[in-house]
Design a protein around this ligand. Structure first.
Ligand SMILES: CC(C)(COP(=O)(O)OP(=O)(O)OC[C@H]1O[C@@H](n2cnc3c(N)ncnc32)[C@H](O)[C@@H]1OP(=O)(O)O)[C@@H](O)C(=O)NCCC(=O)NCCS
Length: 183
């Protein structure tokens, strides 16, 4: 399965509404707007790595390249209006039978609360369950991150248990989407 994931990446494209789409990112796709967005305190407030360490063009390119070469991950770029606005990351694919973890970051605050985040999550869920045949998707979400909780809930994720609390931001929940096996 994971070999297949590497083979899929070059041609993979998931359509969203109004011409928006998701496709796996390559290092050369990284823009300064992406880097600057990750360094925006409003954007990274609930994000583990960018919250703790200032992001650079080289660092973000290396992160994107690592994901591109990872047989167990896809880092999708979210393009809207022809511009890269954020990412959805499907990772640790098959860390357990039929499982993966999902993360999302719209680093362009100008597109928040327009339904893009939940539409992007829904497209990745359809791909992961329908195309990859995964049956369990997980996300760890800080309880104070209301926007993220709303977007994941709208997509069908439900809170199942506690994760270890974040020392600075408090309670963290495990959000799970279970899907029927398709193969
Ligand atoms: C969290 C995030 C992905 C949400 O994306 P988005 O495109 O703004 O979300 P949507 O527009 O799809 O909103 C989904 C729902 O959440 C609501 N919502 C969005 N932001 C909200 C907020 N800050 N507080 C409360 N509700 C919010 C929307 O109104 C919508 O509700 P509705 O369906 O009843 O209308 C985006 O804000 C983001 O990337 N934030 C920074 C990074 C981050 O925190 N990532 C998540 C880490 S787990």
């Amino acid at each position: 399965m994971t070999r297949a994931l590497l083979d899929l990446k070059p041609t993979l494209r998931l359509a969203l509404r109004d011409g928006a789409y998701l496709r796996p990112l390559l290092a050369d796709d990284v823009t300064m707007a992406y880097v600057d967005g990750l360094n925006d305190p409003e954007v990274h407030r609930y994000m583990e790595a960018p919250r703790k360490q200032r992001q650079t063009l080289e660092g973000v390119r290396a992160y994107v390249a690592d994901n591109a070469a990872d047989a167990g991950a896809i880092l999708f770029g979210l393009y809207a209006g022809g511009t890269l606005r954020g990412t959805v990351r499907l990772h640790d694919v098959e860390s357990g039978p039929g499982t993966a973890t999902v993360g999302i970051a719209l680093f362009d605050r100008g597109v928040w609360s327009q339904g893009l985040g939940s539409a992007a999550l829904a497209a990745v869920v359809r791909f992961a369950t329908g195309e990859l045949g995964l049956t369990r998707l997980e996300a760890g979400i800080i309880a104070a991150n209301k926007g993220s909780i709303q977007a994941f809930e709208k997509t069908g994720f439900r809170r199942t248990s506690d994760k270890p609390p974040d020392p600075e931001l408090g309670p963290v929940g495990l959000w799970v989407l279970e899907a029927a096996a398709t193969r």
